[in-house]
Ligand binder design. Structure first.
Ligand code: KIV
Ligand code: ZN
Length: 503
């Protein structure tokens, strides 16, 4: 039987550290449920002592999720550990994850302690965490830049106190694969106590090597990999879950290991995380980028038509990108739509289904065929919608290369319609200003991303914005075959999030 690699997903903790990607309770739950469907082994749901909101969110995930370990992060101090336990204690499988710097740089410059004091902190905190929670993970932060003997002393000491998972992070993404592999090998040789403990790795992507380092560590016997969906995370991000999982699966004879991941849920998870956290996926991103399975050169297309294996090492359907024979159009009824949604794995509540159906008809009226990618985009916008203080009604644009662009927007609130118009330096700018005039509030646009969900001239446009409104950042998404309408819907979505948070 193949050795199993545990997938520890930290999208909701390390991934959430991306500026502007902060999640509320509902959003965390939504992603956690999808991670459970994906079959990850561990969900690191947050850093509960970082805010009362995060404590509540981790608690909610702990209560809801039954088939994965639910883990919370804590610094090596009693107060953090108490709050972390408060957050995860109702989980079916709880875990406290304690971390402390082990490199000289971290111990001296960040903690401003001597190494013996830091070692004692590690010991005390693991002993305390273990008195509360049956499963304790310990991370030697900045392990790859740590003094090796000290690193081994810390590992031995925390195992003695009951840590049953030891994580070796390459916190600043400094390691290169052969060196990281050698580190893991040497640690295993020098700490025989690890035989009864799960050895984990956690790699950052500052040199673009997070996945390569994680795979190198697996070959040396690491049993758990910490990673995020779409590779999101601090700075250049974390190791990408989908790349590690698909590398292990596609090259199984080389690695000889297995994961429990249901790879057919990968694409959907990627889309959901991208949308909720408002972090677009680059088109050429391995496994989940919009071009990952697109063959454009004539020679490649010819090869693919003759035999897919000529240029394709992964079948798109294995990561959940399905090709369907029945084409959905404006004439497809509720039954056909429901059938396709079920095929895509969505079980929608009645009211969400009805909203999706109405939006589907609206889009299908303007776009000949609705592909699965379009549908996923529509469903996710509707599923993750906040209650709408203002709803979009219609939009008129006057624009050209030698006139001042002008937009008129109509929104509704409590059944009442409001219309206003504005000029701008472009049609999107004019439309955003019209929205602000109706709402009576202005926002600072921090990020604006627009892309086509599918290929072709009639592709569905998807807009993502991040808007600063009264010192807080709100994200918004919108889709439409008309890119200005998609942008307006996204901008309005951000304002509706503001209202949902401030009422
Ligand atoms: O990168 C890191 O070292 C971490 C630890 C908290 C595991 O995120
Ligand atoms: Zn990290």
């Amino acid at each position: 039987m193949e050795r199993q690699i545990y997938i520890f997903d930290t999208t909701l903790r390390d991934g959430e550290q991306v500026p502007g990607a902060k999640l509320n309770k509902k959003q965390k739950l939504e992603i956690a449920k999808q991670l459970e469907r994906l079959n990850v082994d561990v969900i690191e749901a947050g850093f509960p002592c970082s805010s009362p909101g995060d404590l509540e969110a981790v608690k909610a995930v702990a209560r809801e999720i039954k088939n994965c370990v639910v883990c919370g992060l804590a610094r090596a101090v009693k107060q953090d550990i108490d709050i972390c336990w408060e957050a995860v204690k109702e989980a079916k499988h709880p875990r406290i994850h304690v971390f402390l710097g082990s490199s000289d740089i971290h111990v001296q410059k960040k903690l401003r302690k001597d190494k013996e004091t830091a070692l004692q902190m590690a010991v005390d905190s693991v002993r305390y965490a273990k008195s509360l929670c049956p499963e304790v993970e310990y991370s030697t932060e900045d392990a790859s830049r740590s003094d090796f003997d000290y690193l081994c002393r810390v590992i031995r000491a925390v195992i003695k106190e009951g840590a049953s998972i030891i994580n070796i992070p390459d916190t600043v993404g400094y390691a290169v694969p052969d060196e990281f592999a050698a580190l893991i090998r040497k640690i295993k040789e020098n700490v025989p106590e690890l035989d009864n403990v799960t050895l984990s790795v956690h790699c950052h992507n500052d040199l673009g090597l997070a996945v390569a380092n994680s795979l190198a560590a697996i070959r040396e016997g690491a049993e758990q990999v910490e990673c995020t969906v779409n590779g999101i995370g601090e700075r250049a991000g974390n190791a990408s879950m989908e790349e590690i999982v698909m590398a292990l699966k596609t090259r199984s004879s080389k690695f000889g290991v297995d994961t429990r991941i249901n790879t057919r849920e990968i694409y959907r998870t990627s889309r959901l995380v991208s949308r909720i956290m408002n972090i677009p996926v680059q088109p050429n991103k391995a496994i989940v980028g919009s071009n990952a399975f697109a063959h454009s050169s004539g020679i490649h297309q010819d090869g693919i038509l003759k035999d897919r294996s000529t240029y394709e090492i992964i079948r798109p359907e294995d990561v959940g990108i399905k090709q369907h024979s029945i084409i959905l159009t404006a004439r497809s009824g509720r039954a056909a739509l429901r059938h396709r949604l079920e095929e895509l794995g969505y079980e929608l509540e009645k009211d969400v289904f009805e909203r999706v159906y109405q939006r589907f008809l609206n889009v299908a009226d303007r776009k000949k065929e609705i592909r699965s990618e379009d549908l996923i985009s529509i469903v996710e916008v509707e599923m993750t919608k906040v209650p709408e203080t203002y709803s979009f009604v219609n939009l008129q644009i006057l624009s050209g290369n030698d006139i001042t662009p002008m937009a008129s927007v109509t929104l509704s609130r409590d059944g009442e319609k409001y219309t206003d118009a504005s000029i701008g330096n472009g049609p999107v700018n004019a439309a955003f200003r019209s929205i602000e005039r109706i709402i009576g509030k202005s926002g600072k646009l921090l990020d604006f991303d627009l892309k086509a969900v599918t290929h072709g001239k009639d592709a569905l446009g998807e807009a993502m914005v991040r808007v600063e409104i009264e010192d807080n950042v709100y994200s918004g998404t919108g889709t439409s075959p008309d890119i200005i309408e998609a942008s307006v819907r996204a901008y309005l979505n951000a304002f509706n999030r503001y209202f949902a948070n401030n009422h």
